[in-house]
Design a binder for this molecule. Structure first.
Ligand SMILES: *Cc1c(COP(=O)(O)O)cnc(C)c1O
Length: 445
């Protein structure tokens, strides 16, 4: 059995032994997954490698505790220490982002968004948000999501590709929609948009039509913490985010808001949507917020952007077109059609997976192919940057991606690429045995 390098909780390193003995089947797959994360390249824009400290907290005995309610207002006894931990998590979140109030209980980004809708709106109310196929999220009113069924969504998108500086948020259209439909809420934020999102034009339009403004910063929250992306906290009434994407914490969600909405938001999360909070995850969120306050994390955020720019530049040299012709955050949306009109996102994702390059297919704006096929790939640099990769490695990764896709029917070439991927990963191991965690060592001064 492989030597797992995380051992936490009540029984120390013995816990892993308990797992091995009591459930070898599950342990086997956990062990395989650790090897997969270490030996293949992780380019999924919404993923990251969280720190051993965050892993220790998420795997801790706090999972045993019921704590319905909020600090000092719980429905169960025995919450003295849990209250301290949740209070620290809330305080660190408000300090880190300069917010008036924080709720750290949402189980995920989707739950955080639902809670905001529940707090500020009635079913049937009108919301403006970005279209899924232009970069928005499912919870921004997709018909398949409960949000699309419960509220009246009107959706904006991007300016056309043909326009100079195109494929950016179309604020003229957004303003027109807002004036026509008088929404109660405007949602800013996206899941596949390679550019900074300026909160100011959203705020101006929201004020003009008397709408609330929610900024969903699930993706860029780590960049915001690192102060390399504009912060929406001052301007938006409510900011939702995930803690596991660029922010590099445990899997989960959180909400920041102005004091005037604090009570409504809190009661929408509990008892509105959720029962007992995941206090082990809340503890891990507190640990991640502390990490994100450090200078170390500021350097990490800068490097994520440098790496994305370099990867994008390399792909352009290799003949790919990038949506919006570039990136200024952690992610890149590749339009595969110029590189090879025959190649779709599904085939590209699968062949890349076969050589150990993990990413996801993604619709590009006005994609002629179906959502399960697509003409695009979404790539992100947050995880590779945690593992310590810099510009030179990004160039290599870009070349490997292009070579894989060019040689997708050439078995021997694919085999050689797979070896090169493995070699690269062995030099940039996110959880090296017996060494300092690279997320710290690579970004200390
Ligand atoms: C990832 C994401 C979410 C949802 O987060 P989950 O934790 O997966 O529920 C919501 N909004 C946006 C913009 C996202 O990118």
């Amino acid at each position: 059995m492989s030597n797992l390098n995380f051992d936490t909780n009540a029984m120390g390193s013995k816990s892993v032994q308990y797992l091995i003995d009591s459930d070898p089947e599950i342990f086997g797959f956990l062990s395989d997954e650790l090897i997969r994360q270490r030996k293949t390249l992780q380019l999924i824009a919404s993923e990251n490698f969280t720190s051993p400290a965050v892993l220790a907290m998420s795997g801790s005995i706090l999972t045993n505790k019921y704590a319905e309610g909020y600090p000092k207002k719980r429905y169960y006894g025995g919450n003295r220490f849990v209250d301290e931990i949740e209070d620290i998590a809330r305080n660190r979140a408000t300090e880190l982002f300069g917010a008036e109030h924080a709720n750290v209980q949402p189980h995920s980004g989707a739950s955080a968004n639902l809670a905001v809708y529940q707090a500020l709106l009635e079913p049937g109310d009108t919301i403006l948000a970005m279209r899924l196929d232009q970069g928005g999220h499912l919870t921004h009113g997709a018909p398949a999501s409960v949000t699309g069924k419960m509220y009246n969504f009107q959706q904006y998108g991007l300016t056309p590709r043909s326009k100079e500086g195109g494929e950016r948020i179309d604020f003229d259209f957004l303003k027109q929609l807002a004036t026509t439909h008088r929404p109660k809420l405007i949602v800013a934020g996206a899941t596949a948009y390679p550019r900074e999102i300026d909160p100011l034009p959203f705020k101006e339009i929201a004020d003009e039509v008397g709408a609330f403004l929610m900024f969903d910063s699930a993706h860029p929250m780590g960049l915001i913490a690192a102060k390399v992306h504009p912060s929406p906290v001052e301007l938006a009434d409510v900011v939702t985010f995930t803690t596991h994407k660029t922010l590099r914490g445990p899997r989960g969600g959180a909400i920041l808001c102005k004091e005037q909405f604090a009570k409504k938001i809190d009661s929408a999360v509990f008892p509105g949507l959720q029962g007992g909070p995941l206090e082990h995850i809340i503890g891990a969120k507190a640990v991640a917020f502390k990490e994100a306050q450090s200078d170390n994390f500021g350097r990490y955020g800068k490097q994520i952007k440098v790496n994305a720019a370099k990867l994008g530049e390399t792909l352009v040299k290799e003949g790919f077109r990038l949506v919006s012709n570039g990136t200024d955050n952690h992610l890149i949306l590749v339009d595969l059609r110029d590189f090879d009109p025959e190649l779709d996102g599904k085939v590209a994702q699968e062949v890349l997976d076969s050589v150990g390059i993990t990413c996801n297919r993604n619709q590009i704006p006005d994609d002629p192919r179906k959502p399960l096929i697509t003409s695009g790939l979404r790539l992100g640099t947050a995880a590779m940057t945690t593992a310590g990769m810099k510009s030179d490695q990004m160039e290599l990764v870009g070349n490997l991606i292009a070579n894989t896709l060019k040689n997708r029917s050439n078995e021997s070439e694919l085999k050689s690429i797979k070896d090169q991927v493995l070699e690269l990963c062995s030099k940039y191991d996110p959880y090296p045995d017996g060494n300092e965690w690279p997320g710290l060592s690579n970004f200390s001064n």
